[in-house]
Design a protein around this ligand. Structure first.
Ligand code: NAP
Length: 691
């Protein structure tokens, strides 16, 4: 059996130093042995001072960094945590986590840093602000444009986390916060705060974070909320009850402090009406339900709480699930045989038991629920153990408990449905959930269920044999995708790739002339000046190119021979190019026209400088539109304008370079636009002068 190492007082990190609480703190117990493991209290912290420190020290330092610098910092932090994760695994056992549970928490958390590090460098500019989408042309003459600009908020992000994922829960919030450029104060849940404290210690020890970027409150938050302003953000994960209390704090309401809430949720998993026991999808469904009930001992906000099954397959499903659940090995996660550890605390056992009573009143317990069951290397009287428990509710439309009561443990209610309409109605009775999953092999069923339940769910997983091996599971939120759900689930959104940064940034609608917007955003806007380049821009290094600088090409008259030759080379004999009669009869073309791709190729021929030089490669084209047909006899000309410059990191042994986005307009003899697009090239950086 696990021996308990007493960790002492859990410390907070405030205003640049570690703080040991005064007096006696609240005891925290080991989930397996039930012995005290630590004490927790935030007594003596200056909460107002912490906010000011973050605003005055951490914020400005982070805002001085560009997205790429912050992204590199995230990557270095992730690598540092990776090197030191063994001690986190060790510590996690005291929370009741099996190795698999700890992997989700620790490696899953570090993974969010890696994903944001990579997205930050690939999807964001090397700037301190972000331009969102394309500019809006809001005037007839083109002298007045609109664009959306995002800058980091100048306050503090307060992260209040639930107990179940002390590492992941913190890192998945910190990654978008830091990348956006905001400092954070983290308040982990008390029962597992000793893990969060160790993660923060590692992050700070790494020396990679700017001063003031991260502070930690272990224990209560005192008068912190009284001092919040509209530049701060609160991101809360926990029960709906606590969330509501915090969200309605007078300062949050008065100052319009952004509040994101990730609360509890009665997630569903549905066996499609098409799935029979002989199909691979049936097995997939059973595996998923058992896995989701037992991972983290069911203490996942995304765990399956309601299992919807066609009425004529209920007996088969109940029997198969009960058989599997009875075989789950429960006990001390230190023993390799153990598949499910304890709940986080004995308080939680009492809580789950009382919720189970409410659920049982709406149906029957099929397996588990008993307080006497087999444990490996553990004592039921001391540890926080709870058996995997399956309920059956035969009349789910007549009871509210299965749709409203969350037992935050390995507890799940199976309910029958007669047709897809009933199944969808049941799924929606969760009144807003984080996730729903459907196991089906029928695309029509998938479409009906997704469109019928999407408004009530933050994420939907459709599982079939094709994605079975690679799917990431019902319960796992991913940094690339949005996590959060409407209504009962809190109405919040976290992660979701770059979207996750917007919570920590102000979006400002910017209006002005194209030249002003170009100067502000450092990105050429349509209608802004296009000064003619002194030398061909393909002869210039990345560093020497100026935004807006333009090369106007020579002209070229397109002939019938061009069209025939291009058709021969490309094999594209579409009638509009090759069949004069059909082209003349066509309402669209009214005569033979050149291939659009010929126009592109001819434009490249006009603007390219063929000699070897700083332009290393052309690797793509965006926003292409052919706006007017080009006929034999038309004369075309191109304008090549430096639209945007994106520096990039050189890999080892690679020549330093940057991405240049060029805007190209191709016009005809009447100055009418015939094609417009952006091309992406890799351009070498100017070599450093030899010392
Ligand atoms: P909780 O009791 O609501 O606590 C959540 C957090 O709020 C903890 O850090 C807690 O700190 C803090 N807190 C409580 N009262 C507070 C107050 N007056 N002022 C400031 N902070 C306060 O929830 P939990 O028991 O930790 O977590 C379990 C619940 O969270 C479940 O219902 C689960 O569904 C939900 N959850 C949701 C998600 C999601 O992403 N949607 C993820 C995980 C969990 P103390 O521990 O110090 O009280």
């Amino acid at each position: 059996m696990e021996t308990t190492v007493y960790l002492g007082k859990v410390q907070s990190f405030a205003q640049g130093r570690w703080h040991t609480p005064q007096g006696k703190g609240r005891p925290v117990y080991h989930a397996v042995t039930g012995e005290p493991i630590a004490e927790i209290s935030s007594e003596g912290l200056d909460f107002k001072g912490m906010l000011e420190y973050a605003r005055n020290v951490g914020g400005p330092k982070l805002r001085q960094m560009t997205f790429h610098e912050r992204a590199r910092m995230l990557k270095a932090l992730a690598l540092y945590l990776n090197e030191h994760k063994a001690e986190l695994y060790e510590l996690s056992r005291a929370t009741g986590a099996t190795k698999q549970d700890a992997w989700l928490d620790i490696d899953g958390g570090i993974g969010t840093f890696f994903v944001y590090a990579s997205k930050g460098r690939r999807e964001l500019p090397d700037e301190r602000f972000l331009l969102e989408g394309e500019p809006e042309r809001i005037s007839r003459g083109g002298t007045f444009l609109g664009h959306h600009l995002l800058v980091p908020l100048e306050g503090v992000a307060i992260h209040i986390n639930a107990f179940n994922f002390p590492c992941w829960g913190m890192l998945e919030k910190l990654a978008p916060t830091f990348l956006a450029g905001m400092p954070a104060i983290v308040k982990p849940a008390s029962v597992t705060a000793y893990v969060a404290e160790r993660v923060v210690r590692l992050l700070l020890e790494s020396g990679l974070l700017p001063e003031g970027a991260l502070q930690l409150i272990c224990g209560g938050v005192g008068d912190l909320f009284d001092h919040l302003t509209g530049q701060d953000v609160v991101t809360f994960t926990g029960s709906a009850e606590t969330g509501l209390r915090l969200k309605s704090h007078p300062t949050i309401l008065r100052e319009a402090v952004r509040f994101n809430m990730e609360a509890d949720s009665l997630n569903f998993s549905m066996l499609g009406p098409d799935v029979t026991p002989d199909m691979p999808e049936f097995e997939l469904f059973l595996n998923e339900v058992v896995r989701e009930m037992t991972i983290k001992t069911g203490q996942r906000c995304t765990a399956i709480r309601r299992t919807l099954v066609p009425a004529d397959r209920v007996d088969a499903v109940l029997e198969a699930l009960a058989n599997r659940l009875r075989e789950v090995v429960v006990g001390d996660p230190a023993n390799e045989r153990v598949q499910m550890g304890p709940l986080v605390s004995r308080d939680q056992v009492a809580e789950v038991r009382s919720r189970l009573q409410e659920l049982a009143a709406a149906g029957e317990i099929v397996c588990g629920g008993d307080s006497d069951f087999q444990l490996v290397d553990a004592d039921l009287e001391r540890g926080a153990f709870f058996a995997p428990t399956l309920l059956y509710c035969a009349h789910p439309f007549e009871h509210t408990a299965p749709h409203t009561v969350e037992a935050f443990g390995p507890v799940n209610t199976v309910m029958p449905y007669r047709d897809l309409d009933e199944a969808i109605r049941l799924a929606r009775m969760g009144r807003g959930s984080l996730v729903g999953s459907l196991v089906t092999a029928d695309p029509e069923v998938a479409r009906t269920v997704v469109l019928g339940t999407a408004a009530y769910h933050g994420r939907l997983l459709v599982l079939d044999r094709t994605c079975a091996r690679e799917n990431t599971g019902h319960g796992s939120p991913l940094p690339h995708l949005v996590h959060g759900g409407p209504g009962r689930a809190g109405g919040g959104e976290e992660m979701g790739g770059i979207r996750g940064l917007y919570r920590y940034m102000q979006r400002t609608a910017l209006q002005g002339s194209p030249d002003m917007l170009t100067a502000i955003g450092n990105e050429w806007m349509p209608g802004a000046a296009r000064p003619e380049a002194d030398v061909h821009p393909f002869r210039k290094y990345f560093d020497d190119l100026r935004i807006g600088e333009t090369y106007t090409t020579a002209r070229r008259t397109v002939t019938e021979a061009d069209i025939v030759n291009f058709a021969g080379i490309s094999g594209d004999f579409f009638y509009a190019h090759m069949d004069d009669l059909a082209a003349r009869e066509s309402e669209v073309f009214q005569g033979r026209v050149a291939h659009g791709y010929f126009v592109l190729s001819a434009a490249a021929g006009l603007f390219v400088d063929p000699r070897p030089g700083p332009v290393l490669a052309n690797y793509g084209l965006e926003n292409l539109r052919f706006t007017k047909p080009v006929k034999p006899g038309d004369t075309i000309q191109a304008k090549l304008t430096v639209k945007q410059k994106i520096p990039r990191e050189a890999r080892e042994g690679e020549r330093p370079s940057g991405v240049v986005k060029w805007h190209v307009d191709v016009t005809n003899q009447d100055d009418e636009l015939v094609a417009t697009y952006d091309i992406l090239t890799l351009v070498a950086r100017r070599p450093e002068p030899e010392a």
